[in-house]
Design a protein around this ligand. Structure first.
Ligand code: UD1
Length: 356
């Protein structure tokens, strides 16, 4: 049986790591083709993640790069169509909610190739987010919906998609716990965070809705820079580009800006931090899984479970940041909403049963 994974952006490479490992471990007869669209191409956003998580080198790289949504997605579909026509896998696996997800699902379904969507059923109910459109469209055209949480299963049921949905847990838990255990076990190459100030807060900011309006971007950055706590800002290339366009410096006041980190280094930086400030979906969850206070620079979150007992809170305005980041750390137990670390194995088993 042949599975083709289509990935293109950093969070998808991270989710691909446990899937490719599970495919290798579960069955000698499973063939896995990896197609990289090239949506993320900077070495720190792509190669460093593949190397750090020992993901096999992609079999194909379309080299699409950055462009407007239509141009980027269209170029991906045209490139993927050629590869899928030639490869004819039994199932195409798409991940998450990026333009690469939508392009992969559309290219496959139009060729009558089965599609499975991993991290299915997430909803922010904010249709202005490009990711919301990508995930709704991918869910509705896919044949198998692999959902990470009960909440996601509920959303899929509300949209009439129960018949195709299965709760498998979250593959991010698999990879996050594996990497955490390696770090805490002191395995060779454990990242060192001692160059950062004591009790630093780890921050990321990259969502289009926060970075594309120069006035709002300036307000978020000023709010971070004016905090009474030290902030290590891991700067996504989109943030660097948009801040330069808006004429705002990243490194100022409380903020020390650094380049994107390989995954194990990011996990170490969360573990050693006093808390997280982010607009990333993945990082909200990593903070929750690793027991760090998170403040999310958005009006809504798809990962609503992280809001339990205020482990995560939403800062809908830059002016709310100062008060929220200084709230007390909850003592409440964190419910294991995101599974126990076997989501990739369950997903691959399901692919095998459903599409062989
Ligand atoms: C994409 C996803 C987003 C995800 C994020 C993770 C979509 C619509 N959005 O956003 O859901 O959270 O990936 O990182 O697919 N750039 C570089 N080098 C790179 C990649 C990007 O410089 O390797 C810069 C370019 O200026 C580019 C901008 O970042 O225009 C945005 O990149 P793009 O791939 O369009 O979306 P992301 O913001 O990364």
């Amino acid at each position: 049986m042949r599975i083709a994974s289509i990935v293109g952006a950093r969070p998808q490479f991270i989710k691909l790591a446990p899937i490719s490992q599970a495919i290798k471990e579960l069955d000698d007869h499973l063939e896995h083709t990896i197609v990289h669209t090239g949506q993320h191409y900077d070495p720190s956003m792509s190669q460093a993640i593949f190397d750090g998580l020992q993901i096999p080198k992609p079999d194909f790289n379309l080299g699409v790069g950055s462009a407007s949504h239509g141009a980027q997605t269209g170029e991906m579909i045209a490139g993927l169509e050629k590869i899928l026509q030639q490869q004819r896998p039994d199932v195409v696996l798409v991940y998450g909610d990026t333009n690469s997800t939508l392009a992969g699902a559309l290219a496959a379904v139009k060729l009558d190739i089965k599609v499975a969507h991993l991290e299915s059923g997430l909803r922010s109910f904010n249709r202005r987010m490009p990711e919301e459109i990508n995930r709704i469209a991918a869910d509705h055209i896919s044949d198998l919906l692999l959902a990470p949480t009960k909440t996601a299963m509920g959303h899929l049921a509300d949209e009439g998609l129960s018949g195709r949905s299965v709760l498998v847990g979250d593959v991010m838990t698999d990879v996050c716990f594996q990497v955490r255990d390696n770090i805490l076990g002191g395995s060779p190459g454990v990242p060192n965070t001692s160059e950062y100030p004591a009790d630093y807060l780890l921050a990321t900011l990259h969502r289009a809705e926060n970075t594309d309006d120069p006035i709002l971007l300036r307000r978020w950055l000023q709010a971070l820079q004016n905090l009474d706590r030290d902030v290590v800002l891991v700067a996504h290339p989109r943030l660097v580009a948009k801040a330069a366009d808006a004429g705002v410096e990243l490194q100022r006041g409380a903020v020390q800006a650094i380049e994107p980190l390989p995954y194990h280094q990011l996990v170490a930086t969360v573990i050693d931090s006093a808390g997280v400030i982010t607009d990333s979906g993945g990082l909200q969850k990593e903070a929750f899984l690793l027991g760090r206070l998170c403040t999310t620079m958005r009006r809504e979150t798809e990962w609503v479970e992280t809001l339990d007992n205020s482990w995560n809170v939403l800062a809908s305005q830059p002016s709310e940041l100062q008060k929220l980041v200084n709230r007390p750390v909850p003592t409440a137990h964190r419910v294991p909403y995101y599974g126990s670390g076997d989501a990739a194995e369950k997903s691959v088993q399901l692919l095998r049963e459903t599409f062989k």
